[in-house]
Design a binder for this molecule. Structure first.
Ligand code: FAD
Length: 418
């Protein structure tokens, strides 16, 4: 496709960034992606994420669905462990039937790698750098970097996650937009000492959740800890040992496999520890700068389904830029309008998911376990009607008008403007 005279700089090469870069270059824009890490955050570390419903369609239209399917985690069953009693076993496929017609679980790094491979020939990637300053003079954006030479670009998009750099530079400090939902998460790699195969085991107690799932490609496993805490913790984000201590303290009293899983924390090479927070902004565009994915509307890690939202957000943004011939004054407001319902609905979803995953009381633990036992066995339509746990995400995913962008035809069409 003939290139448009429009250079778009994207900060962040995880999910939203490469998805956006793919569609922009397919629509004839010149996309440049700058990523802070020295190399792609590829591979099988990180955590499992979900592509659901229309986000799977987007992957299919990108031509990457076969690779995505081949790389899926293969976690077919969730086993809710109840010491002294038999576990409640939930078939994952059946559990998400009411939420979306299609679902793929994949390690985030795997998805990033697949998206990178699909874009690397058409998109300029710069690793190991970060935007230092942005100066939008109305006509162009002058950008300086921590390391590389300065550039002038037409538009800048922050796809740099919950702690977005572009958001900070454009809208101000994260504290204005980050809303703490009352919990923390920790995730790390450990040996698959339980010999799990296609099965996630989890245990919840009032205010706590522990899970372990296998990463079939490596033979190792991942531990996921979630816990409630009314007040925010104060800790050094670079001090991993301190974060390990905080996690150990939070689960010091816990039974089931928690002590054994925590014992592996000493050797864990890759602990990720963060608050369960969401980003709330009235508008996520200013001048020639906008945000996509977690940077603009993170629904909360681990409890909000942010991956599907990031993919859909990137797809919609690219589609609106194409429809407006690169005119951001038209495209950005429509992008926000198109996404507003999805963002609002997923935002509302996170507290419900927290209630399900990290029940507050013994009674809630019991009620959640019973719901998980029954729900997957009901027909999808009944599921959607009965449970807010299922109904809310289904409504959220259905709120984007996917027909608007005509993805299937896009490859053969010329850009609409120069
Ligand atoms: C433990 C955990 C479990 C999760 N589980 C799920 C799940 O089960 N299902 C689900 O759908 N979602 C889940 N999520 C959420 C999901 O990972 C995110 O919603 C999704 O990755 C958002 O994609 P993104 O591209 O917007 O941002 P991110 O994936 O956060 O990527 C941001 C990118 O920007 C880069 N970056 C950061 N700062 C800079 C900078 N200054 N300059 C350049 N680049 C920068 C980062 O290195 C990264 O590559 C989970 C998240 C966590 C942490």
């Amino acid at each position: 496709m003939k290139p448009m005279k429009c250079d778009i700089l994207i900060s962040g090469a995880s999910i939203a960034g490469p998805t956006l870069a793919y569609w922009l270059s397919r629509y004839g824009f010149r996309a440049i992606v700058v990523e802070r890490t020295p190399a792609l955050r590829a591979g099988l570390g990180g955590h499992a994420v979900d592509l659901l419903g229309p986000a799977v369609d987007v992957a299919e239209w990108m031509g990457i669905l076969p690779q995505v399917m081949a790389a899926r985690t293969g976690t077919d069953v969730i086993s809710i462990e109840r010491p002294g009693r038999s576990p409640v076993v939930v078939d994952v496929g059946r559990a998400v039937t009411g939420i979306a017609s299609r679902h793929v679980e994949i390690m985030r790094g795997e998805l990033t790698s697949i998206m990178y491979e699909a874009t690397r020939d058409d998109v300029e990637y710069v690793f190991g750098d970060s935007i230092r300053t942005l100066d939008d003079d109305g006509d162009r954006v002058a950008v300086t970097f921590e390391h590389g030479p300065a550039r002038d670009v037409d538009l800048v998009v922050g796809a740099d996650g919950l702690h977005s750099n572009v958001r900070r530079l454009t809208f101000g400090d994260e504290s204005r937009f980050r809303h703490y939902l009352g919990g923390y998460l920790g995730v790390y790699t450990l040996p698959n000492y339980l010999g799990l195969d296609g099965r996630m085991v989890m245990h919840h107690s009032p205010g706590k959740f522990v899970a372990m799932y296998p990463v079939r490609q490596t033979g190792a496993a991942r531990a996921l800890f979630l816990f409630r805490r009314a007040e925010e913790l104060h800790y050094d984000h670079r001090d991993i040992e301190q974060q390990k201590r905080l996690l150990r303290q939070a689960f010091a009293e816990d039974g089931w496999e928690a002590p054994r899983i925590l014992a592996e924390l000493d050797e864990a090479p890759d602990l990720y520890f963060d608050s369960i927070s969401q980003i709330r902004m009235e508008s996520w565009s200013r001048g020639r700068v906008t945000l996509v994915g977690d940077a603009g509307y993170c629904p909360a890690p681990a409890v909000g389904g942010g991956t599907a939202v990031a993919v859909l957000g990137a797809y919609v943004l690219a589609g609106e830029l194409r429809a407006a011939g690169g005119d951001h004054t038209t495209a950005f407001p429509i992008y926000e309008q198109q996404l507003r319902r999805l963002v609002a609905r997923t935002r509302a979803l996170a507290p419900t998911m927290m209630k399900t995953l990290i029940p507050r009381s013994r009674r809630q633990v019991w009620a959640t376990t019973q719901a998980m036992r029954v729900l997957p066995h009901l027909p999808a339509t009944v599921q959607r009607g009965l449970s807010s746990f299922v109904r809310a995400p289904a409504r959220a995913l259905a709120s984007v008008d996917m027909n608007r962008y005509g993805a299937a035809k896009a490859a053969s069409e010329e850009p609409t403007a120069q």
